[in-house]
Design a protein around this ligand. Structure first.
Ligand code: ADP
Ligand code: MG
Length: 296
């Protein structure tokens, strides 16, 4: 493209809150075939909230502890975690006036959850994979019921036994569905990429009209997933907001960071979406196509 076309295009982008960091990004975007969307904070608001607190049931069918005792265990584990899911749990604990005990040997398990020790008792919080690794069985029917509702079930354990489930929900952004429709009309395929479980991810994807979901992705593997989508030469754009997303944003042919996202995501991206609105991804592609048309 001519320098003038690029300059005009970059200026128009800035007016609508789409900051192109390079001429190359503005040019490359016109022929992306696939847009990869991170789920949490990109398709959804990124403000998860607790919806259900469900103590586990013993062999006699009675709850093994009260909701309050489960929240107390959850608060003890999550107070040291920086994960958005932990913030949701801590917000509910504060509302209930529940304070968790101080724990030792706290450790985050990436893509899985957290483990620690409460006195002599090992304790853990996380997804079904983490519980499987700890040899703890989770109620499959419960997991499915929450997940089909688009909720993320988190499991809590003490001493090798399930203590209960806390479900967390994160609403989709109001414009996500319209944005995905607009991308489809531009002939662009959308793919949702997430560390969350498949059932929850698929429920969210259905709500916004995404047909292709890559779930249960470990934080370090998002970049590899983008690389695989690029195999065969297709141009791939990636939209994300998190620290986890930054290698994938850098790997993509065009990385677009959500304005309200992590600084490191914005630094590694080629484009910053200042309004944090997915409709701007479609607008950015249209702008890029207009710039390319004008110079041909
Ligand atoms: P994402 O943010 O896309 O869900 P992560 O890799 O950060 O991906 O987390 C993957 C999954 O690991 C979460 O969906 C959750 O089930 C579990 N997890 C991570 N951190 C925590 C935590 N602090 N407490 C409970 N579960 C967690
Ligand atoms: Mg995210």
């Amino acid at each position: 493209a001519t320098p003038v076309a690029i300059m005009v295009g970059t200026g128009k982008g800035a007016e609508m809150g789409v900051l192109f960091k390079s001429a190359e990004a503005l040019e490359t975007l016109h022929n992306v075939k696939t847009v990869v969307l991170d789920k949490t904070g990109t398709v959804t608001q990124g403000r998860p909230a607790v919806t259900d607190v469900l103590p586990a049931r013993g062999a006699d069918g009675k709850p093994v502890m009260s909701e309050r005792a489960l929240m107390k265990l959850a608060a003890a584990l999550e107070r040291k975690s920086e994960h958005p899911l932990a913030e949701a749990i801590m917000a509910r604990a504060d509302e209930m006036g529940v304070v968790g005990r101080v724990v030792e040997d706290f450790q985050a398990v990436p893509g899985r959850g957290v483990v620690a020790r409460e006195g002599a008792n090992p304790i853990a919080a996380g997804n079904a994979q983490l519980m499987a690794e700890l040899g703890i069985e989770v109620p499959a029917d419960e997991l499915e019921a929450f997940a089909r509702d688009g909720k993320t079930p988190l499991f809590f354990a003490r001493n090798g036994r399930l203590a209960g489930t806390i479900a967390v929900a994160d609403e989709v952004k109001p414009t996500s569905a319209a944005a995905i429709r607009a991308l489809g009309e531009l002939g662009v395929e959308t793919v949702m990429l997430t560390g969350d479980n498949r059932l929850t991810a698929e429920a969210i994807a259905r709500r916004v009209g995404v047909t292709r979901v890559i779930a249960d992705v470990m934080p370090a593997d998002k970049e590899r997933q983008v690389r695989e989508l690029q195999d065969g030469g297709a141009r791939v754009a990636m939209v994300g907001d998190g620290i986890n997303d930054s290698p994938a944003l850098a790997r993509a042919d065009v990385g677009l960071a959500i304005g309200t996202g992590a600084d490191i995501a914005k630094e590694g991206a080629d484009v910053v979406l200042m309004r944090s609105d997915l409709l701007d991804v479609a607008r950015a592609i249209e702008l890029s196509r207009a710039v390319i048309r004008n110079i041909k």
